[in-house]
Design a protein around this ligand. Structure first.
Ligand code: SAH
Length: 388
């Protein structure tokens, strides 16, 4: 017996091409080394596909192939399809930085790959994907011919998977910083000591929205990190775009990105400050406020506390923005879904006592696809609010 057999009636999710198998769904397991690939059978003996398994993880198995396809062939096909999708959407002369592989969104559980020009950054979240890394790296290197591949595997899931964090160059020469193009604008991406894999690629479409709407406005970019929203706002004709972040190094990076895009020093003020305090300052005169905080809920148990935080900053922004102003409010917490986030914004608007209309709803950019059979890959949502 060399297959995992699911309990009767517990094969529906996998038959529907969801990638995860929870231990409660498993009837029998063979001996296997954690992280190894094992065939998955229904109780009736149908081959459902192959998954990698790890007894230490609450998600015990993650499917990499469905039906009779060999797992290695499925992985190759998934990588090739992911690359093809991005080639269709991005002209490297305009945008040369994008997410190439979005884990289950691209049928590759446990793997993120972001391309920054000719530098690839990988993030491996699971032991199973760690074991598949040589295969994936080989496919990616032969298809993209990157100058360098940097691994930045520091996700919290690694501990449960029995993996240490790892960060360093795994192919080609060491690269510390890379300059990218997004929508024709230049940004500096630091690989080591960066947030995420270096740049918030998922916000590209909301940045374009800000560029389209910023003309003539005083913009506040709260939680600014690289200052990318500020750069887009100014390129879109904003009168001024101020940036606030609590991290000094983030503010320094934002200043560097202003220079890279030839923006004059007086086009925006940089504040190293806590947004919760900053928004309470008297005399704010912004008519467009962008709120793009980090994930306040990193775990399910954080949700109540996180919603309190989201409500606070939204109430303050809605209170303070000038009449006929705009607030672009975002949440990247997976555990705060769009319905809940909308309720939080509702409550914030109610407490602020202003007239608030949702003009648009937004999600993560196209290079962060959500697999329809595996909706857990969706996490980012944003509302464009009009405040009278
Ligand atoms: N909007 C950015 C991404 C924001 S990431 C972009 O498009 O690139 C979240 C940022 O919020 C980080 O840079 C982090 O340093 C900052 N941050 C976290 N908590 C903060 C707080 N309470 N006040 C100000 N900045 C904060």
């Amino acid at each position: 017996m060399d297959s995992v057999v699911l309990k009767p009636g517990r094969d529906k999710a996998v038959r529907n091409r969801h990638h995860w198998i929870f231990s409660g769904a498993v009837r029998t397991m063979p001996d296997f080394e954690n992280g190894g690939l094992v065939p998955v059978l229904s109780a009736g003996g149908d081959l459902l596909g192959h998954a990698y398994f790890n007894r230490n993880s609450s998600i015990i198995g993650r499917m990499v192939s469905f039906g009779g396809q060999a797992p290695e062939a499925a992985i190759r096909e998934s990588v090739e399809r992911a690359v093809r999708l991005r080639r269709r959407f991005f002209d490297p002369a305009v945008t040369n930085a994008f997410r190439l592989i979005n884990a289950e969104g691209d049928l590759l559980p446990g793997l993120i790959a972001d391309l920054y020009g000719d530098v690839l950054v990988l993030q491996v979240a699971t032991l199973g994907m760690e074991k598949l890394k040589p295969l994936v790296l080989d496919i990616l290197v032969s298809s993209l011919k990157p100058r360098s591949v940097y691994e930045k595997s520091d996700t919290p899931s690694r501990r449960e998977e029995g993996l240490e964090n790892f960060e360093g160059t795994i192919y080609g020469g060491a690269v510390d910083k890379v300059r990218i193009l997004e929508e024709g604008l230049a940004f500096q991406v630091g690989l080591a000591r960066s947030q995420k894999t270096g740049f918030y690629l998922d916000q590209r479409e909301m940045r374009k929205l800000v560029r389209d709407l910023a003309r003539g406005r005083h913009v506040l970019n709260a939680f600014s990190y690289t200052g990318a929203f500020s750069v887009y706002a100014l390129k879109g004709g904003a009168v001024r775009a101020d940036s606030v972040d609590s991290s000094e190094s983030a503010i320094a990076l934002a200043q560097e990105n202003f220079e890279l895009n030839s923006l004059p020093a007086d086009s925006g003020v940089f504040f190293t400050a806590d947004v919760f305090d900053f928004l309470r300052e008297p005399g704010l005169d912004y008519d467009f406020i962008i709120l793009d905080p980090p994930a306040f809920a990193k775990r399910k148990t954080d949700v109540v506390q996180a919603c309190r935080g989201y409500k606070d900053i939204n109430r303050l922004a809605i209170q303070k923005v000038k009449p006929q102003g705009l607030v672009l409010t975002c949440s990247c917490s997976h555990f705060v879904d769009e319905t809940l986030f909308r309720q939080v914004v509702f409550q914030a608007a109610h407490e602020a006592g202003r007239s608030v209309k949702i003009l648009q709803s937004h999600r993560q950019a196209v290079d962060h696809p959500v697999n329809i059979f595996h909706p857990e890959t969706g996490y980012l949502k944003g509302f464009l609010l009009y405040v009278d």
